[in-house]
Every structure is written in structure tokens, then in C-alpha cells.
Write a protein that binds this ligand. Structure first.
Ligand code: GLU
Length: 510
């Protein structure tokens, strides 16, 4: 097998979509699996679509998710520069080579002339709608003009493009590692522009020339590029680079959660989930889109989730560390069918990864929330809160958001629980328990449970009958973390005060 060299080749036309992150990830996994090289190439030849700040955003996003670049923009390497706008001369040279070999030609047609051709073809209803073998000889190009006329026009600075002279009768074979074999007749491919009148190459030329020069072994990219693959194969043939042609793998689309069509930013906005890795402020509209990072997704959880969107390991395993992903990954197990973007699944992964965090790490999240509100908390208490909340959080700031009662005594109580569980029997237990708790300054969860058992036995009832009322009084809610641990964390005097408040106030309400 030739050395694995893959590239992620985004265009800096805006924020990096989550589908782009998946493309980068699959490239990265293949590179790491085979000890290969992961390249980042910035395809910025379309000046009209260039967006300020997009390149930096792409670099920062890859860094945040942990996709390391071995060669490319921001890293450098033997094939620098890796930004296509800095490689103009290279593309010019290769385009001229094709012209000189009679495989491409200059075309001087104006926009009006091109439009007139399209209208004529439409009227003739010939089914041909393109600049190609049947039409090129009636247009203004270096195939129809004399060499002298062509030279004169170029010297005069008349705008021109360079087009590929697509062979009239040829079957172009494309083999895709995911989709299998496709053949396309060359009459379906028009004489695509290779060099534009602004002296910049088109995506097609730049992409093929760079993949060749950068010795790319596998082109792994989104399905939207599949229709371009036959043209790219033709270009490799025109240059005589068949032997060096990379293998193609076109990834399945990311679909809306219901599976109906491609996932768009608008869908994500409507359903309230992010679609970009990091916050992105659109420089034109100033609109701020919240990123996965700022929404509390952990990079390792996001990568694990993305890896399984279109690829499967062939087993039931879902949780994969990065080394495990690298080990298990193979292009053969990427599916053709679009992958539904199930945000609940992303959240599930986040929960799983949060559970593996140490208490110290969780504490950092808690302190971040507390810091914003200027709340102090001793380390020992913070660690206990994190231990209590670990299984009950989806995002880091849920430790505080779902555990506010550790810091604020409740002054409202879940009405449903009040209706169902607040009764004289419970109140009697809570009052007795309050008095017991008031006797000590500290208590362990185990001791708190023993005391509660004792109180219940004394009043001829069971813990099960009064537990929810107790939780309601302590936290204001009907569910939450281990209640005895909560009492330990709050300390008995505070717990007793809350019981007292609940007894006064809930009773008063009835
Ligand atoms: N520049 C293209 C994009 O923005 C890259 C397509 C490819 O990987 O060939 O998606």
C-alpha cells in the first residue's frame, strides 16, 4: 500500500459545519490508523465567497476537537504553501501544459454569448445544455480562432478562461471505496473552466493538481462532491497521472433528525442545537451562532458521536476513546446511506464522558459556574457536590444548574409532589428528624440514614413513605441526587432549618 496521505480541504467561506468536522475526523482516523499524514489545505480560490476569519475558525475548531494536523496551513510542510491562493503560478503552469498538449483551450466568450448559446440549445431542445464537444466549435475560443487572433486577444488583455477539452466519446470510470463503481459517458461532462478570467484556478483544477503534487493517497470528502469525481478522473488522465490517482471515498450526508433531507443550520437553529464546533459571529449579519464547545459538549464526546455518524464498528460498542477509534476505523465500514443527526445521542455521549471525569475536573466546571455568580464554596463541599451530581448531568454547567439547592434553600416547592406526598404522617417524621439533625454540627450520609430510620421506626412508619416529602423539603424538588449525601453536604443544621421552613410554609398553604 502506498503511504497514506489524506487531506482535509475546506473552503474558508464561513464557519466550519459539523459535517466538515466529521470529514476531517475520518481523514484523521485513516491517517493515524496507517501511520500516515493528515494535511490541512485551505481552498480559497473563490474570492467572491471568501469570508474573513473563517480560516482561523477552522484551525481553532480542529484544535478544540483534537484533530491534529501533520502538514498544512498553520503547520507547514514539504509541499508549502498549503493555501491555494498562494499557489496561483502552479495552477497556471499546469493549465498551460494542458493547452500546449491540446487538452485544454482558451475561451473568450462573453457572458452574453454564453447565455445566447444556452438559449439556442434550449430552443433546439437537443438535450445538450453545455459547452462541450458538440458546441465548442461554434464558440469563440482557441479551437475556432486562428493562432494569431488568439495571441492578439491575449496580448490586448481581453478576458479569457481556460477550458478542459473533454473527449467526445469516452466512458469515464470512477471507483469509490464507499459507493463502488460508477461509469459516466464523457458527453455528460461539459468543458469545465479550469482557469478563471481573474487568473485563479477553479476548484476542480486546483484540487486535482494539489492532490497530485501533495501525493494524496485517499480523497475522503462529502457526498456533494461525488458528481465532480468523473471530471477529476478525466483531469488525472489528461495530465497522465493515472498511476498517482488517489482513491475516492465520498461520505454519506448528515440528515435532519427525522431523516428527511440534509441537515442545515436553519434546522439546527429551529431545533435548538448547535451546528458549528465553536461560537461563530457572522461577519456580514453579526448574528452569533452558539458552538458545541460553548454549549457544553466535550470534544471527546463530540468526536465519538461524529465517528458513529456514518461509520460503524460492526459490533455493539458505542464508547470509543480516540486510540480505540483509530484502531477500529476502516473505510469499508462507512455506509452509503445518510446518517440521521440525533442530538439526543450527542447528549448521551456527553453524559457518558462526563461520568468518566475525576472529581477534580468536575470541580473545575462547578467553580466556573460559581465564579460567574461570585459564590464561594469550600473544596471539600465542591467535591462532594460533584460526586452527588456526576450521574445527573448532561453538560458541565448542569452541576450547578441542577444542584442550585446546594447553595440556595428552596422557597418554592414542586406542587405535584406537595399534593401527592405532603401529609400529616410525613410532617410528623420531618419534625422529629429536624429535631434530631439539630443536635449535631456535622453528619455523614450513613449516619443521616440511620437517624432517619430510627425516627421512622419510632413513629411506626417507613422511610419509603416519607422520603419524597423529605426531598421536597430539602431541595424543593421531587427528584435529585442521593438525599442522605445531600444532607451530609448541607450539614445537619442547614437541613434542619430547611425542614422547619417547609413545615411552616407548606402547612400554611394547605
Ligand atoms: N474545498 C472543498 C470543500 O469546501 C473540498 C472538497 C474536496 O475535499 O475535494 O468542501
Amino acid at each position: 500500500m502506498r503511504p497514506v496521505r489524506v487531506r482535509f480541504a475546506p473552503s474558508p467561506t464561513g464557519a466550519l459545519h459539523i459535517g466538515g468536522v466529521r470529514t476531517a475526523l475520518y481523514n484523521f482516523l485513516l491517517a493515524r490508523k496507517h501511520g500516515g499524514t493528515m494535511i490541512l489545505r485551505i481552498e480559497d480560490t473563490d474570492q467572491a465567497r471568501y469570508v474573513e476569519g473563517a480560516e482561523e475558525y477552522i484551525l481553532e475548531s480542529l484544535k478544540w476537537v483534537g484533530i491534529a494536523i501533520d502538514e498544512g496551513v498553520g503547520t507547514g510542510g514539504p509541499h508549502a504553501p498549503y493555501r491555494q491562493s498562494e499557489r496561483k503560478e502552479i495552477y497556471q503552469k499546469y493549465a498551460l501544459q494542458l493547452v500546449n498538449e491540446g487538452k485544454a483551450y482558451y475561451a473568450f466568450d462573453t457572458e452574453e454569448e454564453l447565455q445566447a448559446m444556452r438559449t439556442r440549445l434550449k430552443e433546439e431542445a437537443s438535450g445538450i445544455q453545455q459547452y462541450g464537444a458538440t458546441t465548442r466549435m461554434s464558440m469563440r475560443n482557441s479551437l475556432t480562432l486562428s493562432a494569431g487572433e488568439v495571441a492578439e486577444k491575449i496580448n490586448r488583455g481581453e478576458p479569457y478562461v481556460i477550458r478542459l477539452k473533454v473527449p467526445a466519446e469516452q466512458v469515464v470510470e470512477v471507483t469509490d471505496l464507499i459507493r463502488g463503481h460508477v461509469s459516466v459517458h464523457s458527453s455528460q461532462i461539459d468543458d469545465k473552466v479550469l482557469m478563471k478570467s481573474d487568473g485563479m484556478p477553479t476548484y476542480h483544477l486546483a484540487n486535482v493538481v494539489d492532490d497530485y503534487l501533495m501525493q494524496i493517497s485517499h480523497v475522503i470528502r462529502g457526498e456533494e462532491w461525488l458528481p465532480s469525481a468523473p471530471l477529476h478522473v478525466l483531469l488525472y488522465q489528461s495530465f497522465g497521472w493515472q498511476q498517482a490517482m488517489p482513491q475516492f471515498a465520498h461520505l454519506p450526508l448528515l440528515l435532519k433528525p427525522d431523516g428527511n433531507g440534509k441537515l442545515s443550520k436553519r434546522d439546527a437553529d429551529q431545533m435548538g442545537f448547535p451546528i458549528f464546533p465553536l461560537n461563530w459571529k457572522d461577519p456580514h449579519t453579526q448574528e452569533l451562532a452558539k458552538g458545541f464547545c460553548e454549549s457544553g459538549y466535550l470534544p471527546e464526546a463530540l468526536l465519538n458521536f461524529l465517528a458513529l455518524l456514518g461509520w460503524n464498528p460492526g459490533t455493539e460498542q458505542e464508547l470509543f476513546s480516540l486510540p480505540q477509534l483509530i484502531d477500529a476505523f476502516s473505510i469499508e465500514r462507512i455506509s452509503k446511506a445518510g446518517a440521521k443527526f440525533d442530538i439526543q445521542k450527542a447528549q448521551w455521549f456527553n453524559q457518558q464522558y462526563l461520568r468518566t471525569k475525576t472529581e477534580k475536573e468536575l470541580c473545575r466546571y462547578l467553580y466556573a459556574s460559581l465564579g460567574e455568580l461570585g459564590i464561594d464554596c469550600e473544596e471539600e463541599k465542591a467535591e462532594k457536590i460533584c460526586r452527588a451530581m456526576r450521574e445527573r448531568i448532561t453538560f458541565p454547567n448542569d452541576i450547578f444548574a441542577n444542584g442550585k439547592f446546594f447553595f440556595y434553600a428552596p422557597n418554592t416547592f414542586d406542587e405535584q409532589v406537595v399534593q401527592k406526598k405532603w401529609n400529616d404522617e410525613a410532617v410528623a417524621v420531618l419534625a422529629a428528624y429536624r429535631d434530631e439533625l439539630n443536635k449535631s454540627a456535622t453528619i455523614t450520609a450513613e449516619k443521616a440514614k440511620l437517624v432517619l430510620d430510627g425516627v421512622c421506626t419510632g413513629l411506626n412508619t417507613s422511610v419509603g413513605k416519607v422520603l419524597q416529602a423529605l426531598r421536597l423539603a430539602i431541595t424543593g424538588q421531587g427528584s435529585g441526587p442521593d438525599l442522605m449525601l445531600t444532607i451530609e453536604i448541607l450539614e445537619p443544621k442547614e437541613a434542619a432549618a430547611r425542614l422547619d421552613f417547609a413545615i411552616q410554609n407548606i402547612r400554611a398553604k394547605k
